[in-house]
Design a protein around this ligand. Structure first.
Ligand code: CP
Length: 338
């Protein structure tokens, strides 16, 4: 027998199932942005990515503060970060503020009821009641997907362990488009390709643009075989090397990543590879003068600070582009833009 509570549970279940079906079984179409979860780049078609990047481009003057907008007036975004962050957290905050919305920040985990033993699932259900969307960074792979199955507001994955970091990928693609070109770009991904979630998401996205990809890493930090397999299945030219000197000569974009110390099970293994990559002005003399050097940041020892003064450096522009890109994503999933 159905009472109103059972009916409401049934409606919610059907709604959740339809969201899950969309995210698992088809590329997201241009009509389905409102309430959409942003979990993995694998869910996005090239057409949809282009639409997000075009929307970000239109919002860039607002991101720079030269135009004003209040399209997110009355909307609330909650930030739940269970791992450290500067860029992702602050650029989401900036994006909301520049568009007239408000931000709730869980703050440090120690200061929340998680310190009393409250589960992630309960925390997410509670925060749903306070927010129009939730941004989640958590060390456990699959945490954002799990959260999206619990609530009706959009979940935006800001990094799930060594899994995915899709909003970083959107801003990386935006950077490549703004500073170089996307179609058929010759790009080298260098550094920690095993644990670096930004490169995992980026590889899938680049495959939609027919990129030529060179992978540069010590053998301990190679890109997981299943991703290389997926890329080759998509007819993407993939080359692997451990020599940055070899790779630098014939590329248009060099994407450098930090060695992810926190994800190594054994610190001795980290020490073996910690200094395996350093980009210097001398190395860049061998490159195309138009080569752009990107890095999701933070950098530790991978890029010599003297590179900052060269025309190659675009990692600080890249971190700024997180603002228009996250503005676009927020405005689309909150249903104020289409
Ligand atoms: N690129 C990036 O995710 O930086 P944060 O860890 O500072 O958010």
């Amino acid at each position: 027998m159905y009472n109103s509570q059972n009916t409401s549970i049934l409606v919610k279940w059907i709604y959740q199932f339809s969201k899950y079906y969309i995210s698992c079984n088809s590329f997201i179409s241009l009509m389905t942005f409102k309430d959409l979860n942003i979990i993995s780049m694998k869910d996005f078609s090239r057409e949809t990515i282009d639409h997000i990047l075009n929307t970000a481009e239109k919002l860039e003057p607002v991101a720079r503060g030269v135009e004003k907008s209040d399209i997110l007036d009355g909307k609330v975004l909650s930030l739940l970060f269970f791992e450290p962050s500067t860029r992702t957290r602050m650029s989401f905050e900036t994006a909301m503020i520049r568009l007239g919305g408000r931000v709730l920040n869980l703050g440090s985990v120690e200061a929340s009821s998680i310190a009393k033993g409250e589960s992630l699932a309960d925390t997410i259900r509670v925060v749903e009641g306070y927010s129009d969307a939730i941004v989640l960074r958590h060390p456990k792979e699959g945490s954002a997907q799990m959260a999206s199955e619990l609530v009706s507001v959009p979940i935006i994955n800001a990094g799930d362990g060594a899994g995915h970091h899709p909003t970083q990928t959107f801003l990386d693609l935006y950077t490549i488009r703004r500073e170089s070109h996307l179609d058929g770009v010759k790009i080298a991904l260098a550094g920690d390709l095993k644990y670096g979630r930004t490169v995992h998401s980026l590889c899938y996205a680049l495959s939609l643009y027919g990129a030529e990809i060179t992978l540069v890493s010590p053998k301990e930090l190679r890109l997981p075989d299943e991703i290389i397999y997926d890329l080759k299945k998509r007819n993407i030219k993939v080359t692997q090397t451990d020599s940055i000197e070899e790779a630098i000569r014939d590329i248009e974009v060099l994407y450098v990543t930090r060695i992810q110390k926190e994800r190594f099970p054994d610190p001795a293994e980290y020490n073996k590879v910690a200094s395996s990559l350093l980009i210097t002005p001398q190395l860049l003399e061998k490159a195309d003068p138009k080569l752009k050097v990107m890095h999701p940041l933070p950098r530790i020892n991978e890029i010599d600070p003297r590179v900052d003064d060269t025309d190659h450096a675009c990692y600080f522009n890249q971190s700024f582009y997180g603002v228009p890109v996250r503005m676009a994503l927020l405005a689309l999933v909150m249903g104020v833009l289409e």
